[in-house]
Design a protein around this ligand. Structure first.
Ligand SMILES: Nc1ncnc2c1ncn2[C@@H]1O[C@H](COP(=O)(O)OP(=O)(O)OP(=O)(O)O)[C@@H](O)[C@H]1O
Ligand SMILES: [Mg+2]
Length: 346
């Protein structure tokens, strides 16, 4: 029994004023108090133990959390590193895709430059002959003739200048295409852009495969005006779509050599506040299970080594960056129509 309670019990025992019954009852109460006291002491002791264990557990948890935090920090750094590596790889891929499409363009560009060069050559030859004639007329004193010939030569020189400028423009366009995009939007004549890339894609393909033949149709909306775009980027999208369309036509032609007449239609139109460029083909169209994946990077149905599968995914990103949408309508067996839709005011 607790010492203080024992003292009280002794006092009760020695008391002269209490009857034996009163003493017994007081003693019982003290014993009860002692029992209660013992229980409280036991509980206190247990609480103390719980407190100590909790403190130990807490310490352990804190250490564990600290370790986890360090691990998370480490994997964050690793993730950051691989993100940077991925970005670098992506930039490289985009550059190589650009180079690949430049390769596709080269044949078309050569064809386009050949044309003005022929003009320059022919007009120079003719002018040289005219100057010989002119000398003869001078000797004869036929000054009216001399003037007329001088006018002809002047006209020829103007034509030479015109075609020289054309070749210059083509080379500049080619350089622009191979350069990293300036990212600068500028007012561009969408119809001229579509037409330029249609010709380049067509002659590029023809140069590679002389047996390939397809009709092309253009339906340009002349009210479209200029639209603020990054011309070499939108040009690449058009080139990708037209190249895909020609590929689809060639595939269908392989299966159906008979009455099939391959046709690519390039169409522009204004729809509300948007401008649309349609590239439509009458190939085999795109089956649903392929359609679900065509915009995914690296998805291709071409034989291994022939396509990167980046054409449409890059095109999609470029159109998105112009605040627009790249959509497709297709019917199996009938053909596909890819639609670039960009807002005029971005
Ligand atoms: N006009 C089309 N008609 C039918 N299928 C098409 C057409 N355009 C695209 N596709 C399908 O979408 C796939 C992905 O096209 P994408 O341009 O992204 O890559 P690719 O043409 O296969 O390769 P790359 O463009 O690198 O040469 C093609 O492999 C083809 O299956
Ligand atoms: Mg492609």
């Amino acid at each position: 029994m607790h010492q203080a309670l024992q003292n009280i019990l002794n006092l009760i025992e020695q008391s002269g004023t209490l009857t034996p019954e009163q003493k017994q009852s007081a003693a019982d109460r003290v014993k009860e108090a002692d029992k209660a006291f013992a229980i409280i002491e036991f509980k206190l002791d247990r609480t103390e133990k719980v407190k100590r264990t909790t403190a130990i557990l807490l310490e352990e948890t804190i250490q564990e959390l600290e370790q986890k935090r360090e691990a998370v920090e480490k994997s964050h750094a690793a993730l950051q590193q691989s993100l940077e590596e991925l970005r670098a790889a992506q930039a490289q891929l985009i550059q190589s895709e650009k180079m690949a499409s430049l390769g596709e363009l080269t044949a078309g560009i050569a064809h386009e430059i050949q044309n003005p060069l022929n003009f320059v050559k022919n007009f120079s030859e003719v002018s040289s002959e005219l100057l010989e004639e002119m000398k003869e007329e001078v000797d004869k004193g036929h000054y009216e003739e001399v003037k007329a010939i001088a006018d002809d030569v002047k006209q020829n020189l103007e034509k030479i200048l015109h075609h020289g400028k054309r070749a210059d423009g083509i080379v500049k366009g080619m350089l622009q295409h191979s350069r990293a995009s300036t990212g600068q939007k500028e007012p561009a004549d969408i119809n001229a852009l579509a037409d330029e890339y249609l010709r380049l894609a067509y002659h590029g393909l023809r140069a590679k495969d002389k047996t390939f033949n397809a009709a092309t149709k253009t339906e340009y909306d002349t009210n479209i005006g200029t639209v603020n775009v990054i011309p070499q980027d939108i040009g690449r999208v058009i080139l990708n779509l037209i190249t895909n369309a020609f590929y689809a036509l060639a595939e269908k032609k392989k299966l159906d050599a008979g009455s099939y007449e391959p046709l690519v239609t390039v169409r522009t139109m204004k729809v509300g506040d948007n401008v649309e460029i349609h590239v439509e083909d009458n190939g085999n169209g795109i089956p649903q299970k392929v359609l679900d994946k065509i915009f995914q990077p690296f998805f291709t149905t071409k034989p291994t080594g022939q396509g990167t599968g980046l054409g449409l995914s890059l095109s999609y990103d470029i159109v998105k960056a112009h605040g627009g949408e790249l959509k497709v309508q297709t019917e199996e067996g009938t053909g596909a129509c890819f639609i670039i839709n960009i807002p005029v005011h971005q």
